[in-house]
Design a protein around this ligand. Sequence first.
Ligand code: MLT
Length: 410
Amino acid sequence: MITINENYLKLQDSYLFSTIAQKVEKFTKENPNKKVMKLGVGDVTLPIAPIVGEAIKKATDDMLQKETFRGYGPEQGYDFLRQKIAQYDYETLGVTIEKDEIFVSDGSKCDTGNIGEIFGTDNVIAITDPVYPVYLDTNIMAGRTGEYNQKTAQFEKVVYLPTTLENNFIPELPSRKVDMIYLCFPNNPTGTVLSKPELEKWVTYAKKNKAIILFDGAYEAFITEEGIPHSIYEIEGAKEVAIEFRSFSKTAGFTGVRCAYTVVPKELKAYTQEGKEVCLHQLWNRRQCTKFNGVPYITQRAAEAIYSNEGQKQIKENIAYYRENAKLITQGLQKAGYTIFGGKNAPYIWLKVPKGYTSWEFFDYLLEKANVVGTPGSGFGPSGEGYFRLTAFGSKANTLEAILRIQNLK
Ligand code: MLT
């Protein structure tokens, strides 16, 4: 008899963004004349930068010529891209990352999900609450979370770190010892950031407790304020305790192109049950070589193009466009009486739902009355209840229309 991985039965029936998509599809079918404004999933709407398009065409030409055609590439990514990442994303921050510490991939969702494979299933994980659902779901799949407690809406073995208005969106260090700490800053979903001293506390904790920080920096390009770390490696000693995930999705509009990377420093260690040190770089390299055949050559050339002067200029224009949307949403909703967080250093606006509504009730209300789609805070974890997320990645016209409709509800 074939059996299943029963951990999958502990998952919610549907992934958050799929549930939302289903609800919206149903609504659209039932109301074909209503134009729905989608500010739910954080997907970009501007086309890729022209220079990226040119690089894709040029790389396609390479693939059409016998002399320049590429078959399997290196599983870890081509040197031409890894070199640029090391130079432009890290050297500019005063951080030294060797190019072979960078693993190019097809997305941070996959990487943050797959990384768990190199860690023991008995590790205790800590996640901020609310949280990007992938971190929790992939640990449920791996059997690292224990049973679900209906009463608390939490998994027994998971340490939840509330990140709410009560603590100014700054998670506190866990009171119980943890081994794997997921941090995403600028934060998805709250759009809030951690200062350098706050991030330092986590690095110190990880060192003291022989823990690993899994740092998701997918939104670093949206930081506008000085002094906010763009990379965890800006913190002294972080290379000994942190893996960093970065993505071209939000930085360069690659959600459909698919390219990201993960930094696994060589000094990063974890331990066998007997306490023997093992180099995580080697383990991740082994995993990637076995299960991944690398990102397409054409895609990597596309990513490389953003590091030219013109490429930087073009992607910054797109980022500025989304930042402007974030500002418009913030101002527009504040004017309508909403309490708003995030938005300043991130493409997400996190708002308090009006009194009397749960997050999902507010979702239904906005969809039905304003035909606007957002993401209910409780979908990101129990502490997200009472909050709601809007993304700044829509078109400016749709964003303005959505704001107007929400304002008119009041
Ligand atoms: C989100 O809306 O939270 C993101 O788009 C999800 C993702 O990047 O996978």
